[in-house]
Design a binder for this molecule. Structure first.
Ligand code: 6PG
Length: 265
């Protein structure tokens, strides 16, 4: 068995989790710049964009490693709802409002890849179009089996879902497509697209952010039970091992006995 995932647990989101998440994201950015001079990241919706913004928009400590260079960032969506980009349910709208619109004007802006609004009638078409965008960026599908993101930042639902991969859903068995359509999401809205499990597991780094007491039962399950290891988040842990880091607060890890780490910094 490979090396286990990293579980971080912090007393405060603002004072501890966010600065540690910043260091983690910037380490991933700097490693990616060394590899290919670009940083390709995919993000989810939920509470994550707010925490990400806290991490990334904080003042730099001035060291070269702590420099955010958005001019070389390419931002994708790990999952998205099939709604217009200005709709209340849109993850792009959320990410824009919580993070992108708050990036100071005098800073470079990342390149963002939202879904194609012209495809919304049919979730499969939305997924196919989005996959084409990935193919364009990550080279043709003949040359790469799966796109290799430098970092995925994901949430964990109270039922153990991540991206829009839900427990026991047949999409979890998909091995070929990069981007999948779902028409029956148990969390509304029902029509969505999501990265597939093999794409998630292939990323160079996978960071989960899970905070608040509402997550403690599912975290206990994921980290400590066989059943939990088969939930979508548990499958990411099992398939990607040490490439996975969980950024939690103590409310979320209350009662979890899996060994925790104190800090990235
Ligand atoms: C979505 C999200 C979803 C989210 C989790 C956790 O589009 O519904 O991408 O996967 O990340 O539900 O959400 P919270 O962080 O708000 O609990």
């Amino acid at each position: 068995m490979g090396r286990p995932v990293n579980l971080y647990s912090f007393a405060s989101v603002d004072n501890e989790l966010a600065p540690n998440l910043r260091k983690y994201i910037l380490d991933a950015q700097n490693e990616a710049f060394k590899r290919h001079d670009v940083f390709r990241i995919a993000v989810s919706g939920g509470s994550l964009p707010k925490t990400m913004a806290k991490a990334l928009l904080a003042p730099s400590n001035g060291s070269p490693e702590d420099k955010v260079d958005f001019s070389k960032w390419e931002v994708f969506y790990a999952d998205e709802r099939c709604v217009p980009l200005t709709h209340e349910d849109s993850n792009h709208k959320l990410v824009k409002e919580e993070w992108l619109d708050k990036i100071p004007q005098d800073m470079a802006q990342p390149k963002v890849f939202p879904i194609d609004e012209g495809t919304l009638e049919d979730a499969q078409e939305t997924a196919d179009e989005y996959e084409k965008k990935l193919v364009n960026v990550f080279a043709s599908r003949d040359s790469v089996k799966v796109p290799l993101f430098d970092l995925l930042l994901l949430g964990c639902g109270p039922d153990g879902h991540t991206c829009s991969l839900f427990p026991d859903h047949p999409l979890l068995r998909e091995t070929e497509a990069w981007v999948l359509a779902i028409n029956d999401s148990p969390k509304p809205p029902p029509k969505r697209i999501t990265l597939s499990l093999p794409v998630v597991q292939a990323a160079a780094k996978i960071g989960f952010v899970a905070t608040g007491g509402g997550k403690k039962d599912v975290l206990k399950q994921i980290f400590e039970t066989e059943e939990g290891r088969n939930l979508p988040c548990g499958l990411v842990n099992g398939g990607a091992g040490e490439k996975v880091s969980w950024f939690c607060d103590t409310a979320a890890t209350d009662g979890v006995s899996f060994p925790r780490r104190g800090s990235v910094i």
